[in-house]
Design a protein around this ligand. Sequence first.
Ligand code: HEM
Length: 248
Amino acid sequence: MALLIAVLTLVLLVSASTSPAIALSLNHYEKTCPDVESIVAKAVERATMKDKTVPAALLRMHFHDCFIRGCDASVLLYSKGNNKAEKDGPANLSLHGFYVIENAKKEVEAACPGVVSCADILAFAARDAVVLSGGPTWEVPKGRKDGRTSKASETIQLPAPTFNISQLQQSFSQRGLSMDDLVALSGGHTIGFSHCSSFQNRIRNFNATHDIDPTMHPSFAASLRNVCPIKNKAKNAGANGSFFNSFR
Ligand code: HEM
């Protein structure tokens, strides 16, 4: 668990450092917006009470934001004119729950106009989402700037569900993240769901010699085949909403 906390903090720092020289600090809003974290926490909690899928959505949204151009909230920007934004890139079409961040931002603006970045709000919300799911908490360093550039074409840089371990390792190391970070951050998947279509090719008709991907544990593959019937590719497979703290 300590590793997960350390790495979640690290990913925020590393990805923020890809934006132009920003010094993050824990007391960034101490004088200008002291209640910001509790405002965001309450907004996330209210949304979660109405929709249990919110925490997983927010955690994934934060990861997808940080991987492209650093944690700059570029994932929240809307497509405009000829510019197709990140949220309309193929890898982000299944992101959801944007309204939770938009509502939290409105409440923060009412309390302290023009002070808190959307990037920080998303970082707080992702932490709150993990806590609400029974996972660890961590201090979020603050002071991220919001980006103004958001390009759907750049979402190709997000790791694909078909990536093998070397490809995943390369993708993470390009952002200064180690194999330990990759393993710990994969613990984010102890909450939320995946569309069956994301792994359908591994559980049936895998190749000429194997019906099931031989690198999958047979009982895990069997349970996935159970929840993902052949004729219903739209179905989801996933855990319940509780964070699995013993993930290693
Ligand atoms: C290591 C590379 C990663 C890959 C290839 C990957 C891939 C995926 C895929 C394919 C899904 C299912 C999407 C769908 O079918 O709708 C998913 C869901 C999810 N991912 Fe990842 N992911 C990765 C890393 C991460 C990280 C680092 C985090 C956060 C720490 C994360 C958090 C989540 C969450 C919470 C969900 C569930 C979303 C929901 O239920 O709405 N993922 N991921």
